[in-house]
Design a protein around this ligand. Structure first.
Ligand SMILES: [Zn+2]
Length: 266
């Protein structure tokens, strides 16, 4: 038995993360939607309705539909330079505003500038946030700590990493691998390379054995998988979570472990 499957028994997961809530998100989301991709958008709520460069609060629920909205602080400070009380204000106020605009519980975060102090993690946890993305890259794995979630690459390097990911499809795999790409939509404007967004999205959509998911969906699935309860002889497994989980059985068959049920697996 192997814990190497994602939703619907897929072998791999692909997720995207875009920061700052620039108006270029409008164009990027059209492309992502066109190719069936899912992304997390990390928004700076103190910038809403104050600049033509930033999305407006009234358009947010419709614009980001089907994707995840996550926190990125109220004003995009260097958190590591702030006293803990001000770090808390930045995170608490951002989450509160995003929740009031969307009506959803917001649980994700990306570190502005990728920086933090030793206190930041406890502030995030106290605010009900369960993962935080860094600006470090190079990982195809489930993070060892979701509070320091390193991506696979920035979109400028996506060609190279998509190729590596393609090669990974041909090998046997022990655990599910993740392709995680991050960036800012305004970079496509600034670098006049929207063709890269199009090409990257098209390449990603070709991965037929991948689950396209937001960051929080990947987090929730991973937690459900980690919380499976196996009998001592591994013949049955209880899934107490509210998400179905898929595993590979000893004979190579894909087994669905239904939410809230115990399944005999051999
Ligand atoms: Zn940012």
């Amino acid at each position: 038995m192997k814990l190497n499957r994602y939703k619907d028994g897929k072998k791999f997961a692909i997720t995207l993360s875009y920061d700052d809530g620039n108006v270029a998100d409008r164009r990027l989301i059209k492309i992502f939607n066109n190719y069936g991709l899912k992304a997390t958008f990390n928004l700076v709520s103190g910038w809403f309705d104050g600049s033509d460069d930033v999305v407006t609060s009234s358009e947010i629920p419709e614009l980001y539909k089907g994707h995840e909205i996550a926190c990125h602080t109220s004003h995009h400070p260097h958190l590591e330079r702030l006293p803990i009380s001000l770090q808390n204000n930045e995170i608490y106020e951002d989450r509160k505003k995003l929740e009031s605009i969307t009506g959803n519980i917001i649980r994700g975060f990306a570190y502005p500038y990728g920086s933090y102090s030793k206190e930041t993690e406890s502030v995030l946890v106290a605010n009900g946030l369960c993962y935080a993305r860094t600006t470090m890259s190079g990982s195809f794995s489930v993070p060892s700590s979701f509070m320091y979630w390193n991506s696979t690459c920035h979109h400028r390097d996506s060609d190279k990493y998509i190729d590596i990911f393609k090669n990974m499809q041909n090998h046997t795999w022990e655990y599910g691998s993740i392709l995680y790409i991050w960036g800012h939509s305004y970079e496509f404007d600034r670098n006049n390379n929207w063709d890269l967004a199009e090409k990257m999205s098209e390449s990603l959509s070709q991965f037929k054995d991948a689950w396209f998911c937001t960051n929080i969906e990947l987090y929730d699935y991973t937690m459900a998988q980690k919380n499976l309860v196996f009998s001592s002889d591994n013949s049955s497994v209880m899934n107490n979570s509210c998400h179905d989980v898929w595993i590979t059985g000893d004979s190579g068959d894909v087994i669905r472990l239904e939410s809230g049920k115990t399944t005999i697996i051999k």
